[in-house]
Write a protein that binds this ligand. Structure first.
Ligand SMILES: C[C@@](CO)(OP(=O)(O)O)[C@H](O)COP(=O)(O)OP(=O)(O)OC[C@H]1O[C@@H](n2ccc(N)nc2=O)[C@H](O)[C@@H]1O
Ligand SMILES: Nc1ncnc2c1ncn2[C@@H]1O[C@H](COP(=O)(O)OP(=O)(O)O)[C@@H](O)[C@H]1O
Length: 289
């Protein structure tokens, strides 16, 4: 019996560290980054239709465009499997901050690939979905894979790296950081020594595991600097991705909440638990069983 509806959370990610160790001739950068998921995300509902049409509704009307990565993901699947005749009605409830380095758009694209592969009975292997995902954005494959991982190369080489599932206080400065512009800055450090994966031994926000974008983003974006400085009063803090979101890690929810409760009115944020397995994958397993 084919399934008609899927209701999935499309989670945020954090880059617990992000090292840049070189630049290739094509301009792309060699990275090493630990990707970990959060239990907070956007809500996506998929309803299969038999009219062959892909439609999107969203609580933020400005996101309903052909440029939305959800539409692009659905179209990429249709291009890959032209005999797929079904359509889908998709509803997105956007919760995650956009352009903040928590990967909401990439996550939505991956959730769409995983959901439509089931709803449309395409039977593509997850490795094939990862390849389609990569054409949509550097971080889409990690969300398709759905396991806490270290990314290497230009972000495409993934190795499982489960860690203790702790609690994160994430601050969300309302500024847009331009990823391509940051990567092209002459001030960006590009020579962090590569870590041998066998010796990585990640133990938290130590100086050894940093974000190479942080100094530059801190310098150019006073709102990000303010958020980092506030967190540093209580715990070590890091930028995720190219920002603008920043975070600290705590052993318990109570500890994270006790700091969050002191947040001044001009800063915003949320608390979430870290997850080694993306919540999308957990929910898919439940809804398909
Ligand atoms: C660096 C990360 C870490 O998670 O930052 P965030 O987007 O999360 O902040 C991501 O991989 C970003 O992913 P995404 O924002 O999708 O980047 P893409 O669209 O693939 O690339 C944007 C631009 O960044 C540069 N780029 C990207 C990845 C890479 N390894 N080297 C690069 O030099 C290229 O100039 C590229 O044109
Ligand atoms: N489904 C989507 N959700 C969020 N942003 C999207 C989506 N589709 C396309 N975008 C575009 O991608 C940009 C970056 O998205 P996002 O993944 O939130 O950034 P980041 O990787 O920095 O967290 C947004 O500014 C938006 O214009």
């Amino acid at each position: 019996m084919p399934i008609n509806t899927l209701k999935l959370t499309s989670p945020a990610k954090l880059n617990l560290f992000l090292h840049i160790s070189g630049q290739l001739e094509n301009g792309y950068h060699e990275l090493q980054s630990l990707f970990h998921f959060l239990d907070k995300g956007d809500e996506l509902t998929f309803e299969r239709t038999n009219d062959g049409i892909v439609t999107l509704e969203c609580n933020l009307s400005e996101l309903v465009t052909e440029q939305n990565l959800i539409i692009k993901a659905a179209n990429a699947l249709k291009a890959k499997v032209p005999q797929a005749q079904d359509g889908v009605k998709i509803n997105l409830q956007k919760v995650l901050p956009m352009g903040g380095g928590v990967g909401g758009g990439s996550s939505n694209a991956a959730t769409t690939l995983l959901a439509l592969n089931e709803l449309w009975s395409l039977n593509l292997a997850h490795s094939e979905l990862e390849v389609i995902g990569k054409s949509l954005g550097a971080d889409v494959p990690i969300f398709v894979r759905g396991r806490s991982s270290i990314a290497e190369g230009i972000g495409e080489k993934l190795t499982d790296y489960p860690i203790d599932e702790k609690w994160y206080l994430v601050l969300t400065p309302q500024v847009h950081v331009n990823t391509a512009l940051l990567f092209s800055s002459t001030e960006l450090p590009r020579n962090t020594k590569k870590i041998d994966l066998c010796n990585i031994n990640y133990t938290g926000l130590t100086p050894e595991h940093k974000n190479d974008f942080e100094t530059l983003v801190y310098k150019n974006h006073p709102d990000v600097a303010k958020a980092i400085d506030w967190l540093l009063e209580y715990a070590p803090a890091r930028l995720t991705g190219t920002g603008a979101c920043v975070f600290s890690v705590f052993e318990s929810k109570q500890e994270a909440e006790s700091i969050f409760n002191r947040l001044p009115a001009d800063l915003s944020g949320f608390i979430a638990q870290g997850c080694n397995i993306s919540v999308t994958h957990q929910q898919l397993r439940e809804q398909l069983s």
